[in-house]
Ligand binder design. Sequence first.
Ligand SMILES: Nc1ncnc2c1ncn2[C@@H]1O[C@H](COP(=O)(O)OP(=O)(O)O)[C@@H](O)[C@H]1O
Ligand SMILES: [Mg+2]
Length: 236
Amino acid sequence: MTKSYTLGRRSIEALRGIDLEITKPGFHAIMGPSGSGKSTLLHLLAALDRPDQGEIEINGRRIDRMNESQLTMFRRHHIGIVFQQYNLLSTMSALENVTLPALLDGMPRSQRIDLGMNLLTTLGLADRAEHRPDALSGGEQQRVAIGRAILFEPSILYADEPTGNLDSQTSEQVLNLLATLARERNMIIVMVTHEPAAAAHCQRASILRDGRIVHTIDVHEGNVGELATRALQLDR
Ligand SMILES: Nc1ncnc2c1ncn2[C@@H]1O[C@H](COP(=O)(O)OP(=O)(O)O)[C@@H](O)[C@H]1O
Ligand SMILES: [Mg+2]
């Protein structure tokens, strides 16, 4: 698929022909230098924007053909997405934030509370349920954001630099959570990251450069070094 942006009279080719198939549950990294098209790719895959050309299929459904209201419903139930910024609502508690999709979906309050408390317990945040975001650490806020993204058990979760604002120890907690979700809930998780240490948690990594995928690597303990080298080479 392709995607370009128009800036004044200039056209920027952000994606120049991406062909990507992810069929198995697991943790997949997308790496590449700044401006290589990582966020654009994730936006298209999450149906937040549309490709100029090409097809995007998730769970056998062509999302590039859906209208806005079909997309809204499809996203809510089948796609989770988290960003570097946690995007939590500051006046709402952790429980209210994590159950926001259920509120939008019209679920009764008592059912929302049950669902939300179960999820917060899984995330190790049960004792933070009544806290507002400003009373939570960065790692806790990102875990709430992940909880909100997986409330309806989507088969696919996208994460755009989810540890970009976190220190290395907190990053590890968030990455371990994502790896566990991929493994135990049979989810596909696609994470954009700059950091080889983050990609080391993944089973595969695709490296993007100038809007094209230039390498796809099966990640294992033995080749994290190679991954770091390639990522560094590309950053130069
Ligand atoms: N909304 C936009 N309008 C114009 N150009 C954009 C827009 N979003 C991204 N771009 C351009 O598209 C290219 C890819 O951007 P992006 O997908 O954000 O890369 P990355 O996430 O890898 O840093 C860059 O050249 C960027 O400047
Ligand atoms: Mg980006």
